[in-house]
Design a binder for this molecule. Structure first.
Ligand code: SF4
Length: 237
């Protein structure tokens, strides 16, 4: 194992520590991302051509508006949790739905599970602001119940638009619900993880949800394996 890998490995298991993890700016930047040729085909947009992914993502948020498309709008949500991060990201994380902390702060993965996700991101040499983080569902379900099929049906179109605009190389589906929802399967996460899937021009890698890792620290070993694969794909491997 290379020194750098060993270092990250040890830190991942040492409570996924942040201190001392080397950031690697040379591979964090998507080649050519800032300088697309002027005659490059524009990404599919229904009526408007956006000069930047940031503009296109902002337009999706605008279309979502003060959404009342599904019943979750009237079941106690404080705010819509749209998504956060780099609109040009090579790596995107998709979770299930906002929880209590996210509902208050308006940002996905900000509670304890979110802090663990940040450490997982840093363990592969990236910063949280380098990636994009979103959920299948944009409003908090009451009592953190699972999202229901009619809610997913109404909401997932916005996640699909985020994915198609950001065009990440890798999507990490965090946990059973996100993986099953994106892959349209009822297979358990234990069977889904450890494999790669082609998904909307990206490679999708399912892994365990950080909240599960908080309850089951032994599962960090598998998540680390998944994240090493993510890192290899981002590096072109
Ligand atoms: S969960 Fe999605 S579809 Fe439902 S109200 Fe919130 S933003 Fe709209």
């Amino acid at each position: 194992m290379a020194h750098e890998d060993l270092k990250a490995h040890l830190e991942f298991f040492g409570e996924l520590g942040v201190d001392g993890v080397r950031l690697e700016p040379d591979w964090r930047v998507r080649p050519g991302a800032a300088a697309a040729p002027a005659d490059a085909p524009a990404p599919a947009q229904p009526a408007q051509v956006f000069r930047s992914a940031a503009g296109a993502v902002a337009a999706i948020r605008e279309d979502l508006g003060d959404c009342t498309r599904c019943k979750l709008h009237g079941l106690g949500r404080r705010q819509i949790v749209f998504g956060v991060g780099n609109p040009d990201a090579d790596l995107m994380f998709v979770g299930e739905a906002p929880g209590a902390d996210e509902d208050i702060q308006g940002e996905p993965f900000v509670g304890r599970a979110g802090q663990l996700l940040t450490k997982i991101i840093e363990a592969i040499g990236l910063r949280r602001e380098d990636v994009y983080i979103a959920n299948v569902i944009k409003c908090r379900p009451p009592n953190n119940r699972n999202p229901e099929p009619d809610e997913v049906e109404q909401c997932e179109q916005f996640l699909f638009r985020q994915i198609d605009t950001i065009r990440p190389k890798v999507i990490v589906a965090l946990g059973k619900f996100a993986a099953q929802s994106l892959l349209r399967t009822t297979d358990p996460i234990t069977r889904l993880r450890g494999r790669e899937y082609r998904y909307r021009d990206a490679i999708l890698i399912p892994t365990y949800h950080p909240a599960y890792l908080l309850r089951t620290p032994s599962a960090k070993r598998e998540v680390w394996e998944d994240m090493k694969r993510v890192r290899a794909i981002l590096r072109g491997g």
